[in-house]
Design a protein around this ligand. Structure first.
Ligand code: CTP
Length: 401
């Protein structure tokens, strides 16, 4: 039996060309046995007719808050209570702004405001609109309120531009919905994650650091939480909102991160080391600001402790997953680190010269473990994080039976 059998899905469609793809999504959901009710905004009805969705969902389509007939059949509050999941696809920039502001001036925004059900958005818009600070702030704020963001993905856009802003394809959205309804894979499991860069002080005003944005680690923390785990996130300095985790520890230097992680690790089932920990730090931190006198300055560096290797060597050791950011010879370096640090799994990705990597919203990962491997194709980091958590949960389970 499909996991979607009997699940009640309220599909909200806002005005965007990707609205036509929701016809296929509705068909796929119905095929899996889900009950689908469609709510369209006024603008959405200009792209696809309500009749299309009525035929595919086998339910009347609601479009207006003030429609007496529709309200008599199933009032908007009742509709909000009915759903197991509300998916707004495509979610326009305008709709996301409205949702953030808590507006309720049409049926779909009113439903979202009244709903107890989880809400997911599949954003679709021009890449410039997506990257605009307002949309970025809106999406970060909505995620913080536990609204799920599925996509957008990058590619060619209807307006002729190329970039991040395309709605996820119906099949990929279906998989996200199935994943959402899957039993909590990490229920009762505790996960420790380190993320972001570290800053190694040179003097009171200067430091050495790296380009890690922390996005992958934060997405993994949210995915682990979504899978039912108890999550502790130890983070270096990043410009991201704190995700909803059980414990959040902010650190700056590699030494602080090592202390926070190693002291906690024996109490955790899984450790995922996504942090770009500085490999070297200045041997000496000047007590006063270094003045500009000499033409050249040499800063001596010393090795920092390898947090992951230390955790993996602990007597009471969690299942250890490392990350390897490489510019070349991905597999041989990654497998080398897997062995050298005695890891259970390593997730390798290419940095520099290709899509994905440190500052990007997307990534591709190549996973290696003893006797196996799996490639996770280029995808938004939140989607990749769900896939990775899925595989880690499976491997962890196999290792403990
Ligand atoms: N790592 C760590 N502590 C360090 C350095 C790295 O815990 N001091 C972890 C990272 O979080 C990552 C993995 O080790 O999960 C691999 O890190 P990476 O820097 O790519 O490997 P290194 O062993 O430092 O080797 P190199 O820099 O030479 O590639």
């Amino acid at each position: 039996m499909s996991i979607l059998e009997g699940k009640k899905i309220l599909l909200g469609i806002t005005g965007g060309i990707a609205a036509y793809k929701c016809a296929e999504l509705t068909r796929l959901l119905k095929k899996e046995g889900a009950e689908v009710r469609v709510v369209m905004t006024e603008a959405a009805t200009r792209f696809v007719t309500p009749l299309t969705f009525q035929a595919l969902s086998a339910n009347p389509v609601s479009t207006s808050l003030l429609d007496a007939d529709a309200e008599a059949a199933m009032g908007h509050i009742h509709l909000a209570r009915w759903a197991d999941l509300i998916l707004v696809a495509p979610a326009s920039a305008d709709f996301m702004a409205k949702l953030r502001a808590g507006m309720a001036n049409d049926l779909l925004s009113t439903l979202c405001l009244a709903a107890d059900a989880p809400i997911a958005l599949a954003p679709a818009m021009n890449q410039g609109m997506w990257l605009n600070q307002a949309t970025q702030e809106n999406s970060a704020c909505l995620e913080q309120r536990s609204i799920k963001l599925w996509g957008p993905v990058s590619g060619e856009q209807a307006c002729g531009e190329t970039g991040l802003g395309r709605m996820m394809e119906p099949q990929a959205l279906l998989e996200q919905i199935e994943w959402f309804f899957s039993p909590e894979l990490l229920s009762g499991v505790s996960v420790l994650i380190d993320a972001g860069p570290t800053q190694e002080a040179i003097d009171p005003v200067r430091f050495v650091s790296n380009r890690s944005s922390g996005k992958m680690g934060y997405a993994i923390a949210s995915a682990a939480k979504g899978a039912g785990a108890k999550v502790c996130l130890v983070s270096g300095p990043v410009a991201l909102p704190v995700p909803a985790v059980d414990e959040f520890v902010a650190v700056k230097s590699a030494a602080e991160m090592a202390e926070a992680v190693i002291s906690r690790a024996p109490g955790f089932d899984i450790f995922i080391a996504t942090a770009a920990v500085a490999d070297y730090r200045p041997t000496l931190i000047e007590g006063k600001k270094i003045k500009k006198k000499a033409d050249t300055v040499v800063i001596a560096l010393e090795k920092t402790e390898d947090i992951l290797a230390t955790v993996s060597a602990l007597k009471k050791r969690p299942f250890c997953v490392g990350f390897a950011a490489e510019t070349d010879s991905l597999e041989s370096y990654a497998r080398g680190k897997l062995r050298a640090k005695n890891l259970d799994m390593i997730a390798a990705n290419k940095v520099a010269g290709s899509r994905g990597g440190f500052e990007s919203d997307e990534n591709a990962l190549h996973l290696f473990w003893d006797g196996g491997e799996q490639l996770l194709e280029m995808a938004p980091k939140s989607i990749l994080a769900d896939q990775l958590i899925n595989i880690i949960a499976e491997k962890k389970h196999e290792s403990s039976i």
